[in-house]
Every structure is written in structure tokens, then in C-alpha cells.
Design a binder for this molecule. Structure first.
Ligand code: GDP
Ligand code: MG
Length: 245
């Protein structure tokens, strides 16, 4: 089972800072960052942990006019990513006007799953939220100002990403269970008790000891599910499996 809460695709014209943002989110140098437009022709996928949630971030090739075969392949892949992604991070340059290319890309993006990132805010601000909305001509609810290079606004971006998951906008995998820190702790406690119980049984200690461990594990699990699990469960377990008999 792939274990992630959603695909996040980085979208934007060449040189807008997609690979830089991926590196900043990853905290390591994986995607190649150069100042030559269009270096990232392929897509790069990285699993990344944001506030305890596993996301898959996809760095796409820039959407450009299909002037060459390799470029066309890049565009094809990007379009595929737009369809596949749960969240699109659309980067524009904060220190420049919105370009025709920006508009061409944004026309393909569904606003409900897009966060606009006004990047390179450290170089100065030419774009306001109003201008972005006006030029890109849709109701873009989510616009954040960031500097991928300096790490500014990244916390807000991470906050927004996790909010989309908890708010249910992101299609979580059907069989995926999301635990908060408290629940994770309780699950670990439950496991610890079960491990102890097993040890006790293996080492031939009195069954009562194992039973106590199992009861404790059950109590921890009950805290997560909110169920006050009845004694019946454990009684049945012991009679059905004839533990120690
Ligand atoms: P991509 O083509 O969209 O992947 O863009 P890159 O990540 O390769 O970045 C292109 C250039 O912009 C590089 O020289 C980056 O260092 C620079 N860059 C990216 N983000 C920022 C930023 O927030 N501030 C500044 N000053 N430069 C940035
Ligand atoms: Mg790149």
C-alpha cells in the first residue's frame, strides 16, 4: 500500500522556482536548480513528511509552447500531473508582472485544488492578491506569498497543505487512517503492551500476566476508537484461543 495522503504537483513556467521549492520542502538538494529555464524536463517525485502527514510532491517540467519533441513530452507529463494531483501549487513570480505564459497555464488549473504561490517575495513585490485574481481571471481563494529560496512563508504553506487534508479536500486513500499525535502515542502504547504480553506467553509466565497486558492494550485502543470495549472481547479471546491451556 502506498502510504500518502495526496499528490501535490508543482506547476509554473520555467524559472519560477519549482525545483527550489521542492528542495526547501525536502530540506535537501535533490532536484537540480539552475537559472537556465526548462532544466527539469522530467518529473521528480518525492515523499515528504509535513507535520506528520505523508505527501508526495511532484516537480514537473515547465509548461511551454511545444516547440520541440522533448518539450512536448514535458507538457504531456505536466497535463497528466494536473489531472492526477490532489493539490496544485502554481508558482508565479512576485517580483514580475503576470505573463501570458502564466495565464496560459492557469487556464488549465482547477481553482478548487490550486494554491497560488507568489514566489521570490524576497526580490520585491510587484503582484498583489487583487492583481493575481484580476489577471488570472478566476476566484483563487488560496494565494500565499513565499520565498522558496529564503524559506519565507513555507510554514504557512505547510499549514495550508495539512488544512486541506484535515478539511477533507484531499482524497485520502480509502484504507488510510490518519492519527493525530495523541492517537499515535496510544497506538504505540497498545503495541508495547501487546509485545509484553507476547513475551510473557513465550517465556511461559502465568497467563494472568499476559491477560493484563492485553487488557491494557485494549484500553489504549479504546481511547482511539472512542469505544468502551467490553470485557466480552477479551473473555472470548481467551476462551476461543484457549490461551495457556
Ligand atoms: P524552476 O524552473 O521553476 O524549477 O525554477 P528553479 O527552482 O530552477 O529556480 C530558477 C531560479 O530562480 C534559480 O536561480 C533559483 O535560485 C531562483 N529562485 C527560486 N526561488 C527563489 C526565491 O524565492 N528567491 C530568489 N531570490 N530566487 C529564487
Ligand atoms: Mg525546475
Amino acid at each position: 500500500m502506498s502510504c500518502h495522503v495526496g499528490y501535490v504537483a508543482l506547476i509554473g513556467r520555467p524559472n519560477v522556482g519549482k525545483s527550489t521549492l521542492l528542495n526547501t520542502l525536502l530540506n535537501k538538494e535533490r532536484a537540480i536548480v539552475t537559472s537556465t529555464p526548462g532544466t527539469t524536463r522530467d518529473t521528480i517525485e518525492e515523499e515528504i513528511d509535513i507535520k506528520g502527514l505523508p505527501f508526495t510532491i511532484i516537480d514537473t517540467a515547465g509548461l511551454r509552447d511545444p516547440s520541440s519533441e522533448i518539450e512536448r513530452e514535458g507538457i504531456f507529463r505536466t497535463n497528466k500531473q494536473i489531472k492526477r494531483a490532489d493539490i496544485l501549487l502554481f508558482l508565479v513570480n512576485a517580483n514580475e508582472e503576470i505573463t501570458a505564459k502564466d495565464i496560459k497555464i492557469s487556464d488549465r488549473l482547477p481553482p478548487e485544488k490550486t494554491i497560488i504561490l507568489s514566489n521570490k517575495i524576497d526580490l520585491g513585490k510587484k503582484l498583489s492578491t487583487r492583481q493575481i485574481n484580476h489577471k488570472l481571471g478566476k476566484g483563487w481563494a488560496n494565494i500565499l506569498e513565499i520565498s522558496a529560496k529564503k524559506g519565507e512563508g513555507i510554514k504557512d504553506l505547510e499549514e495550508e497543505l495539512t488544512k486541506l487534508v484535515w478539511g477533507g479536500q484531499v482524497n485520502k486513500e480509502e484504507d488510510m487512517i490518519l492519527l493525530d499525535a495523541r492517537e499515535k502515542y496510544q497506538l504505540e502504547q497498545a503495541r508495547k503492551h501487546l509485545d509484553l504480553g507476547r513475551e510473557n506467553l513465550i517465556n511461559g509466565h502465568p497467563v494472568d500476566l499476559a491477560e493484563m497486558d492485553i487488557r491494557q492494550a485494549r484500553t489504549e485502543l479504546g481511547k482511539i476508537t472512542g469505544e468502551d470495549l467490553t470485557e466480552e472481547v477479551i473473555d472470548r479471546m481467551f476462551s476461543d484461543f484457549c490461551v495457556g491451556k
